[in-house]
Structure formats: structure tokens, C-alpha cells
Design a protein around this ligand. Structure first.
Ligand code: F6R
Length: 364
């Protein structure tokens, strides 16, 4: 049942305020007017290092979480693609917790990486959408993301719910390790509580994204750029676009532009820049100017302060609500999804069942 939407993907994008609200309700409890952090059987003072392993979109959730665990909790994080991790046979230092992220909980490479860590890692934690899955069953602790069944092959609501659980875990780690000021912590928790309504407001910009996507649909290639926590989101934006619209898209950390990809810039290569006005914004603007000076067309996805500060020479500027920079990866997933979705619709591709792809990759 597509609930009145044309595709399951559209339905699942639209469900995000509700399912993220569910995820938050499952993990946060209100106590004395404030919010208390989830208390899974996981004491982050017992670990000196985390290893996060996954495939595809779940891997980009892990890459985002690295920024959170490192910045908020001062906990070093290694992130790896499951198919690389399992055959590299990396050492797993003592006091390492291994975290596996998977929507289906059945991805063959992720499961094999988990089995490799059995007996090697101090703790095996998984973040899954399917609680009865193999990955959940074989973990010391499995945290469900409560996204509900995801049918569209391109992952949308599972990604934002994975991010939500990962951010809650990073906040739990920060609190266990006394790395965060309690006032800042309660501030972030109340911002998180407000996120479903901010996402709702973002979904109301659907028509703007549809128009932007229409312009994008004639491109043969596209480049996504982001810095800091927006870098994994750029990767996710490029993956979504490739998967369902078959436009060749690549993503780079903005600072890498001049180390090679700038050679590709011309008027036929749209460059999608994901950049809220955060501490790194000015650096991203200078990368954008490098693109525009070479005739490149920039689609800037930012917030109102970013739109005001950016130059007027962008091809398109899309303005999202402003959120605390820690939360922006979750919010900026929405434009990544909407752009890909509407581009695919404009091209007439099979959005829910893209060619050559399967929802669950149970063979390597
Ligand atoms: C992208 C996508 C895939 C999956 C990947 C991992 O939209 O759906 O990249 O994210 O195959 O799948 P899970 O999360 O089930 O392990």
C-alpha cells in the first residue's frame, strides 16, 4: 500500500517525521521535565576505540557517526566497508567495540565482518531495522531503528533512523565519558525532539526540489560536494542519484576539489553543494567560487544564513530550515532523497525497483 503516493520511495520519504519521532520515543524518556538518554547495556567508558562497519547507505551513516563520536565523545572511530574489512583481516585492538549497521540485518558482507569480530572485539553492537535478522541475533546488543518496513530499494527512512540512533549513541558515549557539558547535552536532546517537525517543514519544500530535479534530469554527470559532516551526506546524495536516475554522480570532500576533480568542471557538470552555514561554510564558499569561475553550475543546498552569505552567481539555491550543526546530517538527507526521487521521476526510471539492484544483498 503506497498510501496515496506514486511510489513506495515517496511514501517512505514522507514517513520520516513520524518514524524518526517513533525512534526518539523508543530511546528517550522524559524525566522531571528533561530528557534522559537511552540506557542500553553499553558503558562507553569501557572502550578506547570504535569500529563501525557496513555497506552502501548504511556505510555512509557510519561515516557520519564518526564525526559525532569523535567530536562529542572524544572517542576515536574507524569506519570500514564490510567487504573490505572482512578480507583485510584487520587487528582489533583491546577495548574496541564493533558496531554493525544494516537495514535488513542480512547483508552477507556485514554479517561476515561481524563474525570476524566475534571473539576479537570487546563488544558487538548492531543497529538494525529487522530485529529478528541474523545480524541482530548474532550481536551482544542489537538496537532497533524502528523505521518500519522499507520497501523501496533505495534506502531513505532507514538511513535517517540509523543516523538518529547513532547520534543518540554518540550522545550516550559523550555523557558516559563526561565529554559533554550537561547543558549542551540537554540542549541537543531538545533540538532532537524538534527534528521531526523541522523535517516536516523541509518536506514542504517538495515543489522546489521537484523543479530543481527537473533541471538536473538532463545532466549526464553530477558532482556532490560537502565538508565535515556534510561530506558523508554528499556521498549519500550521489549514491541515491546514481541508483534510481542512473545519472553518473560522484561525491568529494570539498577540500579535495583542487586535487583532481576540478578538471571535470564545465557547464555540463552540475555541482551540488551541501553546506549549512556552519564553521566550515566560508571554506565551502571558496570551493564554490572555484567551480563557478570555471563555468560550473552550482546548486547550493543551505539554510537562510548560508543563502544570504553565498554569492548570487549560483545556478540554484535551495534553502532549508536552520538547525544545530550537529543535527544537520539528518536534515540534509531529505534534499538528497528528494533530488534523486524527482530526477528519477522526470526521467521515467523505475524508482522502487531500479535495474540490477536488490533490496537485500545476501550473497557477496
Ligand atoms: C542504498 C541501499 C544500499 C544498502 C546496502 C546495505 O540506497 O539501499 O546501498 O544501504 O545494500 O544494506 P543493509 O542496510 O540492508 O545492510
Amino acid at each position: 500500500d503506497k498510501g496515496g503516493h506514486k511510489h513506495f520511495m515517496a511514501k517512505e520519504i514522507a514517513e520520516q517525521p513520524a518514524v524518526i519521532g517513533d525512534t526518539l520515543r523508543h530511546y528517550l524518556s522524559a524525566a522531571g521535565g528533561g530528557l534522559t538518554l537511552p540506557q542500553p547495556e553499553m558503558d562507553f567508558t569501557q572502550y578506547d576505540r570504535l569500529t563501525l562497519v557496513a555497506c552502501g547507505t548504511a556505510y555512509y551513516a557510519c561515516l557520519t557517526a564518526k564525526y559525532w563520536f569523535e567530536q562529542l565523545a572524544g572517542l576515536p572511530v574507524d569506519v570500514d566497508i564490510a567487504s573490505e574489512f572482512r578480507y583485510r583481516e584487520p587487528p582489533v585492538p583491546a577495548r574496541t567495540a564493533a558496531i554493525f549497521v544494516s537495514q535488513s540485518g542480512e547483508t552477507a558482507d556485514t554479517l561476515a565482518a561481524l563474525r570476524y569480530c566475534e571473539g576479537r572485539a570487546a563488544k558487538i553492537l548492531s543497529i538494525v531495522n529487522v530485529p529478528e535478522s541474523s545480524i541482530a541475533r548474532e550481536s551482544d546488543l542489537a538496537l532497533p531503528i524502528h523505521a518500519g518496513v522499507e520497501i523501496g530499494v533505495a534506502s531513505t527512512k532507514a538511513f535517517t533512523c540509523q543516523l538518529t540512533v547513532l547520534l543518540l549513541m554518540a550522545l550516550k558515549a559523550a555523557s558516559d565519558r563526561e565529554a559533554i557539558d550537561p547543558a549542551r547535552l540537554s540542549d541537543l536532546l531538545s533540538h532532537l525532539r524538534g527534528l521531526p517537525s523541522t523535517i516536516n517543514n523541509t518536506l514542504e519544500l517538495n515543489e522546489d526540489f521537484r523543479k530543481a530535479a527537473y533541471q538536473l534530469s538532463s545532466a549526464e554527470n553530477a558532482l556532490f560536494l560537502g565538508r565535515g559532516m556534510m561530506y558523508p551526506l554528499a556521498l549519500e546524495g550521489a549514491l541515491k542519484l546514481k541508483e534510481i536516475s542512473y545519472i553518473h554522480a560522484e561525491a568529494y570532500a570539498s577540500g579535495e576539489l583542487k586535487h583532481g576533480p576540478i578538471a571535470l568542471i564545465d557547464e555540463k557538470m552540475p555541482v551540488i553543494v551541501m553546506a549549512p552555514r556552519d564553521a566550515l561554510f566560508d571554506k565551502t564558499v571558496s570551493n564554490m567560487q572555484e567551480v563557478m569561475a570555471r563555468g560550473g553550475k552550482v546548486m547550493l543546498i543551505t539554510d537562510a544564513p548560508g543563502a544570504a552569505a553565498a554569492s548570487e552567481d549560483t545556478w540554484l539555491t535551495l534553502t532549508l530550515p536552520q538547525v544545530d550543526p550537529i543535527l544537520s546530517p539528518i536534515l540534509y538527507a531529505i534534499p538528497a532523497q528528494l533530488l534523486a526521487y524527482h530526477t528519477a521521476v522526470a526521467k521515467g526510471t523505475d524508482v522502487d525497483q531500479p535495474r540490477n539492484l536488490a533490496k537485500s544483498v545476501t550473497v557477496e
